[in-house]
Design a protein around this ligand. Sequence first.
Ligand SMILES: Nc1ncnc2c1ncn2[C@@H]1O[C@H](COP(=O)(O)OP(=O)(O)O)[C@@H](O)[C@H]1O
Ligand SMILES: [Mg+2]
Length: 248
Amino acid sequence: MSYAIEIKELKKFYKGAWAPALDGLSLSIQKNTSVGLLGPNGAGKSTCINILCGLVSPDSGTAKVFGRDCTTDKIYIRSQIGVVPQQIALFSNLTAWENFRYIGRLYGLDENTINKRAQNLLDRLGLDKHADKRVGRYSGGMKRRANIIASLLHEPEMVILDEPTAGVDVQSRTLILDFLKEYKQQGHTILYTSHYMEEAEQICDEVVIVDEGKFVISGSPRELVANTVDCKKLEDVFLHYTGHSLRD
Ligand SMILES: Nc1ncnc2c1ncn2[C@@H]1O[C@H](COP(=O)(O)OP(=O)(O)O)[C@@H](O)[C@H]1O
Ligand SMILES: [Mg+2]
């Protein structure tokens, strides 16, 4: 089986931390699926994503994207994945267009290609009318949508999104989720993290629950609900496996 993502026994202990961020995490994700990486605060989701895109080095274990090692094949991996980080990664004093031209050039794209791709994405994500405004003046939902566009200009095979719908209004969220569904239907792989269980239930073929840096369980939302005692929805399954203690 060739996987989009294959992670084996990943360990990461940040300097000064009191517990490992990743404690032997293993998981695999098939191509052309949309997968939700779910876990309470501090479970290690962002660390896992940062390792996949080569921003953080693991202490041990392996992480592969399309069969290539994330720590050694960074250039190839960056060409294959679009990353939408948890924090907005755009220049707030530039307009959306200026951001896209700058980011597109970093990917080695020519002006024509950038314009064509960005225009298409601006239309699909409802930002066309605002593309000449400075990003600093955008609402939270607009910033998130612009962040998604920036990550897709190089037309990656897979997109990895870290809480793309956190703190956005219902309209923006619906648009983002519809866009992701469509993106997956075009043959892409999606990995995303979220705290919204109904959302994961709605768009994910599969969810992977992690906690304290370890794999807990994975499966389709429907399968997990059916196979876990006294669970009617994914949120029940999540609480069943991760408990009720606070993780502030
Ligand atoms: N740069 C860092 N330095 C020290 N500790 C970190 C750093 N980044 C994350 N952590 C810690 O690692 C654990 C996992 O964090 P993270 O991967 O951000 O989890 P999640 O995204 O699931 O909330 C947390 O306990 C967090 O405080
Ligand atoms: Mg996080």
